[in-house]
Design a protein around this ligand. Structure first.
Ligand code: KG4
Ligand code: ZN
Length: 357
């Protein structure tokens, strides 16, 4: 016997906005029944970033087997689902359309409701989801008002959430996103793609105070800028190479890569943590939420918890980078409010979060 008055709502999530083909089944926006992610990272590594044509072709190849796997791991069929949620945008046009069309086909064939989801809304709902082995009692839901720091490969945003599905954008990056800066600096240091995990790994052996890299505080705004920092790392690398007599094309053989990575990582995290903490105070947010690929960063996870007096909600590590559980979780909150999408919507490669209703 369960003391819940209704059976749980089971949503199939589908995500193909970038280079991950993902499908998942999540109960009540919190309990993962399956989470399948087919990453293309290795295919794109040789290009040093995502190659859009390769990404869409690969999504077409894998989407149906990824969905089948998600259903079979959850021991469910399409009939057992309550709805299908899919990423509508923002993202790469040729990638988004593969997930959107697959979701439409499944919704049409099964008669299940379809819900279009904003990719960033998905990230924002990832901290509601339980980690492996956690039970609902172990993990409290975030409560409002909360200040969200969304840090991914394409976005760095501070968002005030006063309630479910309500987003007030306070500020964001004026140039590079935090994840993008990690990726570009990793390339510069010859560490490869995706840059975030590689920088984090290299930084373990380094001194975060070895180089004094600039922090763009952009006072009196809630905006960020990381391009100056990236350029400062570039200049430092050139200076070191000149001193060491190294060629531009040498892949950092004798460069102090660990110190450079650690100092860069500290500069990014310092700004993210400090500005989030001030914004939470200013807008009287009770709690803080961090999401997006960069929320996997260990230093960010540690420093934001240390420096914040209130509760901090961070997704489980396996749900920081792109996945479909977060799309299903966001879909759940729209589903229970009676929201449904018609079958004739198009993918939206560009879609500001403020325009979401
Ligand atoms: O959210 P996500 O998977 O994709 C987008 O929606 O953009 O974020 C990917 C980004 C990449 O830039 C990647 O380098 C970064 O997240 N990332 C990290 C870490 N893991 C992934 N950045 C810093 N530290 C990490 N451990
Ligand atoms: Zn993402």
């Amino acid at each position: 016997m369960t003391d819940q008055p209704y059976p749980p709502a089971r949503i199939l999530g589908i995500e193909t906005s970038c280079d991950e083909t993902a499908a998942a089944v999540v109960e009540d926006g919190r309990v993962v029944l399956s989470n399948v992610v087919a990453s293309q990272a290795e295919m794109h590594a040789k290009y040093g970033g995502v190659f859009p044509e390769v990404a869409s072709r690969q999504h077409i190849r894998t989407i149906y087997s990824v969905i089948d796997e998600a259903l079979s791991e959850a021991h469910l069929s399409l009939d057992d689902l309550d709805a299908i949620a899919v990423t509508r945008g923002p993202g790469l046009p040729g990638s988004l359309v593969v997930g959107v069309n697959a979701a439409k086909g499944l919704a049409l064939g099964s008669g299940k409701p379809l819900i279009a989801i904003h990719h960033l809304e998905g990230h924002l709902y990832s901290p509601w989801i339980l980690d492996h082995g956690d039970s609902l009692e172990d993990k409290e839901e975030p409560s409002f008002p909360l200040l969200a720091l969304l840090v991914s490969g394409g976005h760095t945003e501070l968002i005030l959430m006063k309630d479910h599905l309500s987003y007030e954008r306070l500020g964001g990056t004026l140039d590079d996103a935090a994840g993008e800066a990690f990726d570009k600096v990793a390339r510069l240091l010859g560490l490869g793609y995706p840059g975030g995990p590689k920088i984090q790994q290299a930084a373990k052996e380094g001194d975060p105070a070895a180089f004094k890299f600039p922090r763009a505080w952009l006072e009196d705004t809630w905006d960020f800028s990381f391009s100056g920092l990236k350029t400062a790392v570039l200049h430092q690398v050139r200076k070191l190479r000149a001193e060491l007599g190294e060629d531009e094309n040498d892949e950092g053989v004798v460069l102090p890569v660990a110190d450079l990575a650690a100092s860069f990582q500290m500069a990014v995290v310092d700004v993210l943590v400090t500005k989030s903490r001030y914004a939470a105070q200013e807008f009287r947010a009770k709690e803080l939420l961090v999401a997006g690929g960069v929320s996997a960063n260990q230093l960010l996870r540690e420093m934001i918890v240390q420096d914040t007096p209130g509760k901090v909600h961070i997704p489980p590590l396996y749900l920081c980078t792109d996945n479909a559980s977060m799309i299903a979780a966001a879909g759940y909150h729209r589903f229970v409010r009676g929201q449904r999408s018609s079958l004739d919507f198009d993918a939206l490669p560009t879609w500001p979060l403020d325009e979401l209703v």
